[in-house]
Design a protein around this ligand. Structure first.
Ligand SMILES: C[S@@+](CC[C@H](N)C(=O)[O-])C[C@H]1O[C@@H](n2cnc3c(N)ncnc32)[C@H](O)[C@@H]1O
Length: 368
């Protein structure tokens, strides 16, 4: 690490000089104290301070959430309200500590407390109702361990364990232990509902007769496709073999790194797949999709993307850093994906930021 104070400065630009003036004003504590007494400015000063404090305590927020999930407090409150004594007994946590945890949960807006009684808030009920969210929170422990020395993590000096949670990232995908596939496929299946809903919302399949979901895992997405478009023949291509004995779609077991994709499907989707892989891998994958599609056939890409035009919390904080910890992963913005698609020859490319970009955004295109 170089000495920041001694690091040579370049000649400041006009913008740098302007920013410096503003930063000096912000750093002037007596001015801040005077400003914080003026009606409108007072609110802005407080909001800035709160926002900084919020960022600083982010880790504690997430650990409170993790404790509420792991102690099944959210589950329990989704059924009925409870008082501190009951939660203390249920969770095997001393009552004074359960009170502190519940008050933290209430401050985060997940529950309400009246005297000693705790009930779920609307936000808490939303959390409890989204399938897979608790499992997602639970598996964050791996990511948080990986980020425990963030300066080394960003220098690329750590060996993140998250890559082992997604074991296909370093292999051709052909030698995947069945238990590993089951573990991550379950997490993906549990969280598929919202993604499928937002991806298929407003999508018109026209005269298409068949749909192949590449990297479709357990088939949760094509099950939604088949429900929404009952006339379509659906199939999954994945390294994952059949996970349930009563799959109602065709399954092609193979790796898109080593095998060609089956031809003959009018629509091919890749849902939450590209951001797991390097540019070279996705370039090859998208080329294989282009080759497999008939003329006029359609590709549907759906996954969380970086914020465009400005960074977003979900895309640029959560997903970008999560996929960085996977080592081969990379969250992209829509332009980066569209550039690759243009080079391959896709036409009629359309981007839809989606109703909830923290769940997914969508790009569709056709083969000329
Ligand atoms: C992040 S999961 C997404 C699963 C599913 N599309 C969803 O949204 O729930 C990535 C999927 O890509 C599959 N996959 C990874 N590498 C692959 C490869 N080389 N060939 C085929 N499938 C692969 C994994 O098995 C997994 O099912």
């Amino acid at each position: 690490m170089k000495d920041v104070a001694a690091y040579p400065r370049r000649k400041p630009s006009l913008r740098d000089r302007w920013d410096r003036r503003i930063f000096n004003l912000i750093a002037d504590q007596s001015l801040q104290n005077r400003l914080s007494r003026l009606p409108i400015i007072k609110r802005l000063v407080r909001q800035d301070g709160e926002a900084v404090f919020d960022i600083m305590m982010g880790f504690i927020n997430s650990q409170v959430l993790m404790a509420l999930v792991r102690l099944h407090i959210i589950d329990h409150l989704a059924d009925q309200s409870a008082d501190f004594a009951e939660l203390s007994d249920l969770c095997d946590v001393p009552q004074d500590r359960i009170e502190i945890l519940c008050r933290a949960g209430a401050a985060l807006g997940l529950m309400h407390i009246r005297k000693t009684r705790v009930r779920l808030s609307r936000k808490g009920a939303v959390f409890a109702a989204v399938p897979g969210l608790a499992q997602l929170v639970d598996h964050h422990e791996i990511l948080y361990q990986d980020l425990s020395r963030p300066q080394d993590f960003f220098r690329g000096l750590t060996q993140p364990d998250l890559a082992r949670f997604w074991p296909y990232v370093f292999t051709q995908g052909t030698d995947l232990p069945a238990d590993d596939a089951k573990r991550y496929s379950q997490l993906m299946t549990d969280t598929q509902n919202l993604v499928a809903h937002d991806t298929l919302h407003g999508l018109d399949v026209g005269p298409a007769k068949s749909w192949l979901d590449v990297g479709g895992g357990s088939g949760a997405f094509v099950t939604h496709v088949a429900q929404k478009f009952p006339g379509l023949t659906c199939a999954v291509f994945d390294i994952v073999p059949q996970l349930s004995p009563d799959e109602s779609f065709d399954r092609h077991v193979g790796s898109f790194k080593t095998d060609a994709l089956p031809a003959g499907y009018d629509i091919i989707s890749v849902i939450r797949v590209l951001y797991d892989h390097s540019d070279t891998t996705i370039q090859n994958l998208l080329t294989k999709i282009y080759t497999a599609l008939p003329i006029g056939g359609r590709i549907v890409i759906s996954e969380p993307m970086l914020g465009t035009p400005t960074p977003s919390r979900a895309g640029d904080v959560y997903f970008a850093i999560y996929t960085l910890a996977m080592e081969t992963g990379k969250t992209r913005n829509s332009d980066q994906i569209i550039d690759i698609m243009n080079k391959i020859g896709f036409s009629d490319i359309k981007f839809c930021a989606g109703n909830r970009p923290f769940v997914t955004s969508i790009i569709t295109a056709r083969k000329k």
